[in-house]
Each structure stands twice: as C-alpha cells, then as structure tokens.
Design a protein around this ligand. Sequence first.
Ligand code: TRP
Length: 333
Amino acid sequence: MDNEKKIVLSGIRSTGHLHLGNYYGALRNFVEMQNDYKCFFFIADYHSLTTQPDPALLNPSVRSILAEYLAAGLDPDKANIYIQSDVPETCEFYTLLNMHAYVGELEKTVSFKDKVRKNPNNVNAGLLTYPVLMAADILQHRADFVPVGKDQVQHLEMARNYAVRFNHFYHTDLLKEPRPFVAQGEPIKVPGLDGSGKMGKSEGNCIYINDDDKTVIKKVKKAVTDMTPTEQNSPMSDPIKNLFYFLQLVSTQEIYDQYLAAWNDCSIRYGDLKMQIATDILKVTTPIRERYNEIYADSDYLNKVAAQGAEAARESCRKTLKAMREIMGFKHF
Ligand code: TRP
C-alpha cells in the first residue's frame, strides 16, 4: 500500500473571488500537491446555500471560481476537480452521517454561533449541519489530509470525530480519520494593505487576481503608511512591515534588499515602494487574468472539466457509500 498516493482534499468556497490571500495562502500549495498526492478539489456550492441562496448568481459564480482556479494552476489532468452539487452521493452520505451528529455539539460550533449572531433571521438547518456536510465531503473519499486555514480547524476536528464515532459504533474501520495538512516551512499569511493583519473577504481589503491594472494600482496606493523614518534603524511600524512583507512575496530579493536599504538610510519614498509593489503584483496576476478570460469564455472546456471531475469523484464516493450502507444494515430487496 506504501506506493499508493495519499489523498488530499479541499473544498473551495463558491462565493467570493480568488484574491492574493487565497493565492499565496492556499492555491500555490494546491498546485504543488497535485504532483505528490491524489488530490480532490471541489467547489462547495451546496455550502453556499446555507448563507447565500440566489439562483441567478449560483451558476455564474461557480463557473468563474472554477475558471479562476484553473487559470491559477489547478490542473484537471493531475487533480480531480469537481463541483460539489454534481456528486449527489455526497447528499446520501450526509444523510447517513447526520444520524450520528448531535444537535448539541453542532449548536456549539464557533462558525454556527457566529452566523447566528450575524444573521439571526436565517438560522436554517443546513447552517446547523454545515460541518456534517463538510465531513461528508471529506470522509466519502477517505481523504488522508485536508489543508485547512484557522477558521476551518474546528470543522475538520468534527469530521474526525464523526469518523471515529461511526467506526466505533459499527465496529468497522471504514472511515478514515482525516488529518490537517501542514505545509512545510513558515505558513504564508498575506497581510491587508489597510494596516490590518490579514487579507480577507470579510475584512474588505482584498486585491483580487482578476483586478485590472488600474484597480490594483489604486488599492496599493491607498495602503496605510506612516511618516518616512528620519533616524537610521528606527523601529518599523506594522503598516510598513506589511508593505515589506508584500514586496517579499511578489518581488525579487534584489529589489527587496534595495528598498530595505533605502528604508534603513531614510531615503525611501513610500510612493515608489507602492508603485513597485503594484507593478510586481501585476506581473503575477496579469498572466492569470489573461488565462482566466480565455478559460471563462470556453464553456465547452469548463463543461468538460466539470464532467470529467464529477465522474471520477462519484466513482470514488460510491465505493465508500456502498460499504457504508451495508455496514449500517441496508439490504437490497
Ligand atoms: N468550509 C470550507 C470553507 O469555507 C469549504 C469546504 C467545504 C471544505 N467542504 C470542505 C474545505 C471540505 C475542506 C474540506 O472554506
């Protein structure tokens, strides 16, 4: 079994677009994992209905997210890429898992309590059982690893619990306990240019992969700075640290060193630093944006990728589901 590749799985939100935070934080890891693991990447469109049910937006946002991730490097010849709602087996799996998920523990989930607070008029059962659906996504493929950000750690923990609980209850080892995937080296956290610690959709400070030149320049120019240093080797403020962090992500070492030296000898001009960052961001995003435009316009290609992904994903789920049904006592008449 040792030579069989381990399985990595991740769901991608279907709302919101790919921004530099996702790109450096997750996507670039996905692109590497494709070579070393058997990967499942899917767009979690069922999950989006728990907060944003909008029939007019659902399909266009799934298509554009799919095209963005393909443009940025997900490769359907290496990874299994599919749309969650194209795999109805997930729903059956979710129904079966629900019988072993306790309402008490679901009510205590941090993300659930958060959403109840933010949107008290739409506390639907799908929202409550969001972690069960997520566990179904993972357990149905018997995934070994799930790359998760901080906000998803508890959900993954619950998926592990459901696997253990199921196995224990039915005296089986069918379900595999998924582990968090820990990338090597320092985790990359992309800061916000508004002086905040993190770039994120809810922070409203994102630079999107699909932003055009003007928008990127405008956003970077608005970045928070402070007064130019007047004394050599004075301590660097957080907003300036953020700018340098950005520069390190998108520029060459040489340019980075040059600006750092200018900061140290107080000759730096923040306007130049910002233009440099904007220019180098665009060097990263422009080719992706161009590929995105091509892919998004090519419906046949998108349909083909989704169909191929769905077929392979369904086959993988069916195996686990068939065993699960038998274990739980379902028999054919
Ligand atoms: N809940 C995840 C998010 O909001 C998306 C997701 C759905 C997911 N199913 C998953 C992630 C399974 C990992 C594994 O980002």
